[in-house]
Design a protein around this ligand. Sequence first.
Ligand code: ADP
Ligand code: MG
Length: 284
Amino acid sequence: EKEHGPKMHPELLELYDVTDHVLGVGTFATVKEIVLKSTGKKYALKIILKKTLKGKSQMLETEISVLSKVRHPNCVSLLEMFETEDAVYLVTDLAEGGELFDQLLKKGFYTEGDAARLVYQILLGVEYLHSLGIVHRDLKPENLLFEDKSENAKLMITDFGLSKVLTNGNDVLMTACGTPGYVAPEVLEQIGHGKPVDMWSIGVIAYTLLCGYTPFWGEDQPSLFESIISGEYEYEEEYWKDVSPLAKGFIDTLLRKASERPTASQALTHPWFRAVLEQDMVTP
Ligand code: ADP
Ligand code: MG
């Protein structure tokens, strides 16, 4: 074993070949590609070191039992879990198409049609998670993965549900990886973290997909926080002149104070989707 990580669970190693292919490194976990020996099918293995659990490991089981119920085309399923003294190993669906974050960087921004198709899928996944009482709390393009590398690959939400166990409150904002540009104002003000938090993030994601930059901005973290809490954002003419009023209207319904945001089910009925996705619904 040239592995430096924690000693793997013996049963896990019996069932799966753990490859060297690191799929990604997030705030808490390293994710590797694994192969189920009996079928040759590939999966993702999310390795979470227990020291990041901060003495909350008794909560972990409750959370895992909720997460293992998640079965939706736009959510990464948790299939199996192994535990050792040092780490928790979660076997999940493999999303081979990579992060929406990387796709966005490559493209610069998305057309309205493509953005609407992506946001619609995020809403379907979030509607389902919310129906199970699961609030994601960290929706952003790094946590949205394409199922495969094809042009019209399905988008899947990952990294949900464990934020409660892995952090206490605003820790999620203080992590070194990435800027918290997608976080709702009430999270920063530490006055709420319910379902509307995810709806705000979807508003930020929609904005970002359409122009390639986030609506709230600051030179440093305090000024970013100020910008988010002010709730003020603009549609700069240079980047937004060709975007429809319906798209902007959709974003505007989400980037409001928590009590005024639509639920995921309500947001799915926004006329932007009808206008943009209509062509898809016409069957020959
Ligand atoms: P963290 O909680 O540490 O942020 P994530 O679940 O977000 O962990 O995983 C970190 C990264 O690993 C993701 O941003 C993604 O690039 C990659 N990744 C996670 N899950 C999968 C998966 N099921 N298939 C492919 N890549 C994945
Ligand atoms: Mg993540």
